[in-house]
Design a binder for this molecule. Structure first.
Ligand code: NAD
Length: 371
């Protein structure tokens, strides 16, 4: 039987990629589940809720006993050193972060699937961890902004008058940004959305928000955006400056895969905001969309408050662990055939997500980016 192992996630990571529901599905496929004791405490999955699983006392024991390792962010270095050739590792492995790390995994002979690399095609949607966790992140950004704003989000009529609704601008209308738009709308704000991919206009408008048109269009490969040229960046900045200045809250979620997050909101734009304005930069961990953001900090920058939250999906680990586990199950299930591991390399979803296999870094885009 194939054993799926769940080591404890690292310090500061409350999510764990397993829930009872997914244990049942794995069991139905004939797979076994081996979990490190305590691994699910922070995600509130009790041993009773997990059902029929085996427990290990250490990460080393899980790595030794598992054929397939499910992780949130990969393994610590000492556990990685223990991996065996042919073993399968899955998680958000940050494939573009370091050439050395990719080579370490290749040298260990493991088949590593970096879930960030999953092709964005319809068939793969149920496996899409960036999407499920991104939706949670977009939602959380709005809650953070609402909790810090010195204003109501909704219009409010009270005995002595009427409060005007807050204006929220969401920059970057991918999965996270659209969820931020929807959440801000639910809280009653007047919402504007902006992105460089032209198809996002309709998506923003279908949520009842208005689209900010800067005239810049920059669709790239695979449904993602490309980096802007200097001229496009200047054009974007002059059009966005006005929209930023008119907003009470700005939420930024812009990203280009494998690159530093684009810098979009400058210090001059922040200085033109009203006192008490709130900016939440979801891209803080990858360099920031806002000038002066610091990941993990909540700071005054000119008249605004700039928040750079980290690990947003980790703030709601019950649901994000459940989504993560389901995504990994949908990705893994086709690899378990008659109780044995059988990876179909002709499947573009599987091949496209592989970072390393049989001693090599097999993902072209990553190999190219890392040189
Ligand atoms: P992402 O996290 O890479 O980027 C977030 C957003 O930032 C994107 O919408 C991007 O266009 C935008 N952006 C980049 N540079 C910008 C700039 N300079 N100014 C403003 N915005 C900028 O993207 P994502 O949310 O992971 O996904 C992008 C798109 O991929 C989705 O919206 C969707 O169309 C597609 N997608 C498809 C599937 C699927 O079919 N399986 C799944 C998920 C996403």
């Amino acid at each position: 039987t194939v054993v799926v192992g769940i080591p404890a996630s690292g310090v500061g990571e409350p999510r764990s990629p397993i829930v009872g529901d997914v244990v049942k599905k794995l069991t139905a496929l004939g797979a076994g589940v081996l979990i490190e004791r305590g691994a699910t405490d922070a995600s509130f999955a009790t041993p009773a809720s997990l059902g029929d699983v085996a427990w290990a006392d250490s990460t080393a024991e899980v790595v030794a006993g598992a054929d397939v390792l499910w992780t949130i962010n990969g393994l610590p270095a000492d556990a990685e050193a223990q991996l065996r050739p042919g073993q399968v590792l899955m998680g958000l492995l940050q494939p573009y972060a370091s050439a050395e790390h990719a080579q370490t995994l290749a040298d260990a002979g493991v088949t590593a699937f970096a879930m960030e690399l999953l092709p964005r095609i319809s068939r793969a949607q149920s496996m899409d961890i960036l999407s499920s966790q991104g939706a949670a992140a977009g939602y959380q950004c709005v809650l953070i902004a609402a909790a810090r704003a010195p204003k109501f989000f909704p219009m409010l009529t009270y005995a002595a008058g009427t409060i005007r609704p807050s204006r929220v601008l969401v920059i970057g209308a991918g999965v996270a940004g659209l969820q931020a738009v929807a959440t801000a709308k639910r809280l009653g704000a007047i919402v504007h959305g902006y992105d460089v991919r032209p198809e996002t206009r309709e998506q923003v408008e279908s949520l009842g928000a208005k689209f900010v048109d800067t005239g810049v269009s920059a669709a790239g490969e695979g449904g993602y955006a490309r980096e802007l040229t200097d001229a496009e960046r200047a054009q974007q900045a002059s059009a966005l400056a006005k929209a930023v200045a008119e907003s009470d809250v700005v939420i930024t979620t812009a990203a280009v895969p494998g690159r530093r997050a684009p810098l979009i909101v400058t210090r001059a734009m922040l200085d033109a905001m009203r006192p008490g304005s709130v900016v939440v930069d979801m891209a803080a961990e990858t360099g920031g969309n806002v000038e002066g953001t610091v990941a993990g900090k909540d700071m005054r920058v000119g008249p605004a408050r700039v928040v750079g939250p980290v690990n947003l999906p980790g703030r709601m680990p019950v649901h994000t662990s459940e989504m993560f586990a389901r995504n990994l199950f949908n990705f893994t299930a086709p690899m378990i055939v008659d109780g044995a591991l059988a990876i179909d390399w002709s499947d573009e979803v599987i091949a496209g997500t592989a970072l390393t296999h049989r001693g090599r870094v097999v993902h072209d885009g990553v190999a190219r980016a890392l040189g």
